[in-house]
Design a binder for this molecule. Structure first.
Ligand SMILES: C[S@@+](CC[C@H](N)C(=O)[O-])C[C@H]1O[C@@H](n2cnc3c(N)ncnc32)[C@H](O)[C@@H]1O
Length: 510
């Protein structure tokens, strides 16, 4: 069952609930009872839901169903949203073999992590402070055929029952104020309130056996913000960091979560052997992170990371900032900020019109609304949003276009050299890390303050000429390939072979 088909069957089930006049808590109960009935554990099926089209194979996506049906019921105070299943897969894939181990999710929500851990052969147990969630996780495990125990408990107040492995997506940045709870923890001493992430990491120390593992989803602030330095120091004192994967902004958006950034963190409880941590950055989690709807994309990147490709060893929490040599860009590059009104039929270059692997652009003609940036041929465009991922491109010579005001527009006497230099991994790594949790972005001043070495003028001139020539050649090759494809398409559609042969002959001449 693909995510798209699942989303369709959810939409149908949602429609039926609405038609039956079931909303809010009533709908939740009706759905839960019907599902329990389906797996033979009590429950009275609700007439409207008897043949509910819920897929049998992928019912661990049930959390998503509840989230879609009852957003108001679950969102808010307790940091409740559901963990994308591709993220769960990656989280579990980077743990040691779970078969036979005792795995706990102390803030289990709909139980998605437990379902996958159970399928990997673990004995699973879960806690959630919200009885409805504990209930929901129980249903989810039963539907997935995973044996496990889920009970209602407040993780911060409960007596630790250490596990071999803890997996968790705890509530993000919820302020905790209960005096009795705060007094149990070093970070709570004398404080009026402490963020849930901070207390979670401290409390976790008691819940994992020595040498045991934890795999966590945490807000990016824990990884990168200066105010969290003491928390990171404490983690390093009690654990060995094994892995850290930066997640893209908006990773929880289709699942009802905030737009903030997050990271996956793998820890091993001391005593354990120290060593370098593996670092990676996930760009595409297998769905569109810009949309609140679940729109599947390609999950090749998650698969690669899960299989161990794309990681590099890092000593600290973040990869080291490269200290670049050379003059600051501001000494030879200027930035342009001209804007114009949107209008009908404008040649447009937005981020989606660029090829991140080459820095080329494919302008479109579209009707624009609102203010647009004026783009001129020869400008190098740097996306404010995450340029460290290579969102840098070149406006073709002679082109006049408009584009997103999110572009930082750079002008230099050697645009091709600038394009290639700003796409270099070492330049990208030299950008100061973006620390804002929501919509982390850079700005023109930050980019202009970076340093870029510059070769002598004769070499620069050669780089310019050669790059312009190669780009033109690539464009021509692309056009020939498109013409060849077109000719084959015409033949497949029933056209004469002679026409195909003629096209091939013409194209092979160059
Ligand atoms: C982000 S959700 C977990 C999502 C889950 N991994 C999933 O995929 O469905 C966080 C969960 O923590 C629970 N929670 C919040 N505070 C808690 C506490 N003090 N003890 C236990 N669970 C808590 C919330 O009820 C919520 O279900």
């Amino acid at each position: 069952m693909t995510a798209a088909a699942f989303a369709r069957s959810l939409a149908e089930a949602e429609e039926r609930l609405r038609a039956a006049g079931l909303t809010g808590a009533d709908a939740f109960r009706a759905l839960r009872d019907t599902l329990l009935h389906r797996v033979g554990r009590d429950g009275e099926p609700h007439d409207a839901l008897v043949d509910l089209a819920l897929p049998a194979a992928d019912l661990d996506l049930l959390g998503l169903a509840y989230e879609r049906f009852f957003p108001d019921l679950f969102k808010g105070r307790l940091g409740q949203f559901f963990t994308p299943r591709s993220v769960v897969r990656l989280l579990l894939a980077r743990l040691p073999d779970l078969a036979g181990l005792d795995v706990l999710d102390p803030t289990c929500g709909s139980g998605g992590l437990l379902v996958l851990a159970g399928r990997a052969g673990a004995r699973v147990r879960g806690l959630d402070v919200d009885p409805r969630m504990a209930d929901l996780a129980g249903v989810n495990l039963a539907l997935a055929g995973v044996d496990g125990e889920v009970r209602r408990a407040d993780f911060f107040a409960a007596e630790p029952e250490p596990a071999d492995v803890v997996v968790a997506n705890p509530p993000f940045s919820v302020p905790l104020r209960d005096r009795a709870v705060l007094d149990r923890y070093a970070f709570g001493q004398g404080a009026e309130r402490v963020a849930s992430d901070v207390l979670f990491l401290e409390a976790l120390e008691g819940w994992v056996k020595p040498g045991g593992h934890a795999a966590l989803v945490l807000p990016w602030t824990v990884v990168a913000n200066g105010s969290m330095a003491a928390v990171r120091d404490r983690v390093d004192a009690h654990w060995c960091r094994r892995g850290l994967c930066a997640l893209p902004e908006g990773v929880f958006r289709p699942f009802g979560g905030a737009a903030g950034r997050a990271a996956l963190l793998w820890l091993q409880r001391r005593p354990a052997e120290d060593g370098f941590m593996e670092w990676a950055e996930l760009e595409d989690p297998g769905y569109d992170t810009r949309s609140t709807r679940l729109t599947p994309t390609d999950d090749a990147e998650v698969e690669a990371l899960a299989a161990g490709r794309g990681w590099r060893p890092v000593a600290g929490w973040l990869p080291p900032t490269v200290v670049a040599e050379g003059p600051a860009l501001a000494s030879w590059v200027t930035s342009d900020t001209t804007t114009t009104a949107g209008g009908p039929g404008q040649v447009t270059i937005d981020l989606a019109d660029t090829d991140r692997s080459t820095g080329e652009v494919r302008p479109r003609t579209v009707d624009n609304h609102g203010r647009r940036a004026v783009l001129r041929g020869g400008q190098v465009l740097v996306a404010r949003m995450r340029p460290e991922l290579g969102n840098v491109c070149l406006v073709p010579e002679g082109l006049e276009a408009v584009g997103s005001p999110e572009w930082i527009r750079l002008e230099a006497p050697w645009p091709h050299y600038l394009l290639h230099a700003l796409r270099a991994p070492s330049w990208r790594a030299s950008l100061p890390p973006t620390t804002g949790q929501t919509r982390p972005r850079t700005d023109a001043d930050t980019v202009l303050a970076t340093r870029v070495p510059r070769p002598s003028e004769p070499v620069l001139a050669e780089v310019e000429a050669l790059s312009a020539h190669l780009l033109r050649e690539r464009e021509a090759l692309r056009a020939r390939l498109a013409a060849l494809e077109h000719a084959v398409h015409a033949f497949v559609a029933g056209g004469p072979e002679a026409e195909l042969a003629e096209a091939v002959a013409r194209l092979s001449e160059g």
